[in-house]
Design a protein around this ligand. Sequence first.
Ligand code: ZN
Length: 114
Amino acid sequence: MHELSIALRIVEIAERESVRHGGGAVRAVHLKLGPLAGVVKEALESSYELASGTSVVAGSRLVIEEVPIVAFCPHCQAQRTLSSMQWFCCPECNTPTAEIVHGRELEVVALELE
Ligand SMILES: [Zn+2]
């Protein structure tokens, strides 16, 4: 399962960070997730529980911050938040745009340690 391997990677990152900060238990992992990352949020959450197992990460929360899709519109010369991931057009002027600025994020942004 795709999400499980991602969850395992997140656990790995959290464990490494915990060791760097004295090896305390991890309370929460904050993750930024874009709609274009190709990850199902709910599947990732349940995989995370599985992946954290008996490590220092066990029992911690995975806090997922969903980021919107933001593209650069060549016509407006501005960044626009897209309302749909099926429709890559500027919401202001309808110009098609493929210049994605945000939306592919899949990154650990913060950890809460004991
Ligand atoms: Zn535009």
